[in-house]
Design a protein around this ligand. Structure first.
Ligand code: B12
Ligand code: SF4
Length: 436
């Protein structure tokens, strides 16, 4: 029998000032892994973030191990400790050494400003396997193709959804690939290869890809140009499948637009789970569309066991300066009242407030924090990260005190790159206001 080509899939380290596993797993790479296994490849995974940290927080979240590193030249002067999050370099080398020589190495990428981790992983993998082709894909590769192409040491760069491009990239790298008829039907893809992770503590789940809205600061459309949904029974079946095998109760939705058209999507999924007698604890680390939280939706979320809610609100201001089309007068008030009425406690209702936007006034943030608290929600400050290709990018570049176009390190949200008068003291004041 002919031997299957071996592919080594790598999820690199995070290099940053701060990182927390708040339901973060490399779902894109895991989807690619199962897709390739189905196409006949032998797939090996090396996930730099798959450490036993997970149970240090609630619901399987937690703190990654961190090794302090020198701060890169471009970020000098930031009074926080830069470092590498995840497994140690020695561990990475040992795992590479224990892997049979692969026919190709596939590397994923997430935040644009985490590229030093990508670079480090590629360079060590090349040391161990000289001559093996390296293909880089994922979010950083898609949002910064020029930078990724020039600087990261891969032989091939893949942008956009990997299922559409990986076979032609492997063929270009000289591997034999099967014929494959592309499909837009998400339910025809195999489940992500969650079983390859050693320390999984919750199920990451996607019921759709993309988002039909177009908020000025968001990259959703650049990453997934078509909004597509799975069929509700297929989603329920996947949850059942993983619960049977992995016995995990916590489920984290990764959707950009989970709540759209609830009567035909999320509520049907929840109904199906109830019919099957499945009990889960759900988390929505990505913001939900606030205006869609009707009394009925709120009741159903409560009954189904939603434990971590995050609402995508940006700001409570309703003037023309809003950068999204997500909220109109009275909608936040109504959504929060509906959630409280359904039995959610304040600390369970996290309301994302985007801070550090170009031209954003600190007063507006203060008002938003106060308003959310008054309404019975818990404000959660989400620091803005400027993203190339988004409608807000030109303005971000114009106001930033960093040369955003020269280096994606400057997209780091910890820098507040688009608040010209930023100071840690101001930020601490805002954080205190959230807590008080
Ligand atoms: C889920 C999600 C999260 C999750 C966890 C993500 C994770 N795995 O770690 C949570 C909620 C924790 C999160 C947090 C944040 N996130 Co986020 N997140 C997302 C989201 C919605 C989906 C990512 C995802 O899993 N998609 C599903 C999979 C299937 O798609 P995928 O990863 O892209 O993979 C596909 C392709 O890229 C490709 N591919 C992937 N790897 C490879 C490899 C090869 C070789 C090939 C060929 C192809 C390939 O094929 C895959 C399958 O089709 C994206 C937006 C989006 N629509 O993508 C934002 C996004 C990545 N997040 C973003 C931001 C800003 C943040 C935060 C900073 C928000 C904040 N202010 O706090 C934090 C920071 C996280 C941290 N740890 O510090 C930005 C990116 C900013 C940037 N500069 O890069 C995005 C783009 C959203 C946006 N605003 O537009 N996030
Ligand atoms: S609603 Fe959310 S996912 Fe959709 S475009 Fe706006 S920020 Fe992006």
């Amino acid at each position: 029998m002919k031997k299957s080509p071996v592919l080594l899939l790598i999820n690199p380290w995070i290099y940053d000032f701060a990182a927390h596993d708040f339901f973060a797993r490399p779902l894109g790479l895991l989807y690619l892994a199962s897709f390739l296994a189905e196409q006949g490849f032998e797939v090996r995974l090396l996930d730099c973030l798959d450490t036993p940290h997970a149970r240090s927080g609630t619901f399987g979240t937690g703190r990654y191990p961190k090794e302090i590193l020198p701060t890169p030249q471009a970020l000098q002067g930031i009074p926080r400790r830069y470092g590498r999050y995840g497994i140690t370099e020695a561990d990475f080398r040992a795992r590479l050494a224990a892997t049979p020589r692969p026919d190709a190495i596939l590397v994923t990428s997430l935040m644009t400003y985490w590229y030093p981790g990508v670079q480090a992983a590629i360079s060590l993998a090349r040391e161990q396997f000289p001559g093996t082709p390296v293909i880089l894909g994922g979010i950083y590769a898609t949002l910064c193709p020029e930078h990724a192409g020039k600087h990261r040491g891969a032989d091939f760069l893949a942008t956009g959804p990997g299922e559409e491009s990986i076979l032609s990239n492997l063929a270009a790298a000289g591997l034999p690939v099967p014929a494959y008829a592309e499909t837009l039907d998400l339910d025809s893809l195999p489940y992500p290869a969650l079983h390859l992770l050693s320390h999984l503590s919750y199920l990451p789940l996607l019921t759709s890809r993309g988002c039909p809205l177009d908020c000025l600061y968001c990259a959703s459309r650049l990453l997934q140009p078509n909004y597509r949904r799975r069929r509700p029974p297929a989603v329920a079946e996947e949850i059942w499948y993983w619960q049977e095998r992995l016995g995990l109760q916590d489920v984290a939705f990764y959707d950009d637009a989970l709540l759209l058209d609830p009567e035909n999507h999320l509520l049907v999924i929840l109904e199906e789970l109830e019919r099957r007698g499945l009990s889960c604890r759900f988390h929505t680390p990505n913001g939900l569309h606030t205006r869609l939280i009707t009394p009925e939706v709120a009741r159903r979320l409560r009954r189904a066991g939603f434990a971590t809610l995050r609402l995508g609100v940006e700001t409570t201001g309703l003037g023309p300066e809003r950068l999204d089309h997500k909220l109109q007068a009275g909608e936040l008030e109504e959504a929060l009242a509906n959630l409280r009425e359904a039995g959610f406690r304040r600390e369970e209702i996290g309301v994302y407030l985007l801070i550090g936007l170009p031209g954003q006034d600190e007063e507006e943030v203060i008002n938003s924090i106060r308003r959310v608290k008054e309404l019975g929600g818990a404000p959660v400050l989400a620091q803005y990260s400027p993203i190339p290709g988004t409608a807000l990018w030109p303005q971000a570049v114009a106001v930033s005190r960093y040369d955003l176009e020269s280096d994606p390190l400057f997209h780091n949200n910890s820098l507040f790159p688009c608040w010209p008068r930023f100071s840690w003291e101001r930020y601490s004041r805002l954080k205190r206001l959230v807590k008080d």
